[in-house]
Design a protein around this ligand. Sequence first.
Ligand SMILES: Nc1nc2c(c(=O)[nH]1)N[C@@H](CN(C=O)c1ccc(C(=O)N[C@@H](CCC(=O)O)C(=O)O)cc1)CN2
Ligand SMILES: [Mg+2]
Length: 286
Amino acid sequence: MPAQLIDGLALSKKLRLQIAQQAQALSEQGLRPGLAVVLVGEDPASQVYVRNKIKACEEAGIHSVLQKLPAQTSQQELLEHIAALNADASIHGILVQLPLPKHLDADAVIEAIAPEKDVDGFHIASAGALMTGLPGGFWPCTPHGCLQMLDAIGCELRGKHAVVVGRSNIVGKPMAMMLLARSATVTICHSATADLGAITRQADVLVAAVGKEKLITREMVKPGAVVIDVGMNRNAQGKLCGDVDFEQVQQVASWITPVPGGVGPMTITMLLANTIESAQRAAGKK
Ligand SMILES: Nc1nc2c(c(=O)[nH]1)N[C@@H](CN(C=O)c1ccc(C(=O)N[C@@H](CCC(=O)O)C(=O)O)cc1)CN2
Ligand SMILES: [Mg+2]
């Protein structure tokens, strides 16, 4: 029997309705949640993602501000924009769309965001909170969306072997920490891992977040595994595809996320959720 699909669009739709209700409740108390999105330059994919974030805010009743800055913006100018947003009480979440143009220092820019407004969850304070389990901070949206998808299908993580392929600060590492916090036994694989397939074949839950088309083949997946595909690649025909050979792997997995329509939409949904969370904290409700 082929795997069942974990539909990120359907789950997003359901969660965004709840988020809209929370936004309305806050607005009725005079605290409309607000998100600032900073886009530097003209990267076409970033423009689409930013547009989708603003649209999602509008639909959820979250106030949004889009700051489009020219590609040649200096580090100092960008830091000044962030300082102004840090000081703006109508803004509860700030994100700087990545990637930034090469002359800018993305790490320094992220660290300039006030930690209490770091709704992307990329600030070192958010990473520290996730690592230690201490309160505060925000969980990065993409891995948090993956966890929501696992919860939505009732996947018990305690005692399971979860294998994360990819070790980025944005997806792989925080994903591993979230799975660990749920008492899964977690293995992180990366480009220097010897015999990747020998490890992925042990996975009850397999998360692929590398950015390599068809890296995960049918032989690398244990029958009945849950497979989450975070990859977003363009194949030779220009079609969007993940890191998993979907056609093949769906024949052995129990559940699988599609690309598109899987993890991607959940990233934006969790951004909205973090913005609500930030506004609730500002209102002293959390
Ligand atoms: N500041 C940030 N920068 C980036 C992030 C991020 O979370 N914060 N993540 C990615 C880009 N991204 C959001 O910003 C993002 C990428 C893709 C999708 C999505 O919904 N994808 C669709 C397909 C879209 C398409 O057809 O091109 C899907 O998978 O169904 C949402 C958000 C890097 N930068
Ligand atoms: Mg997807």
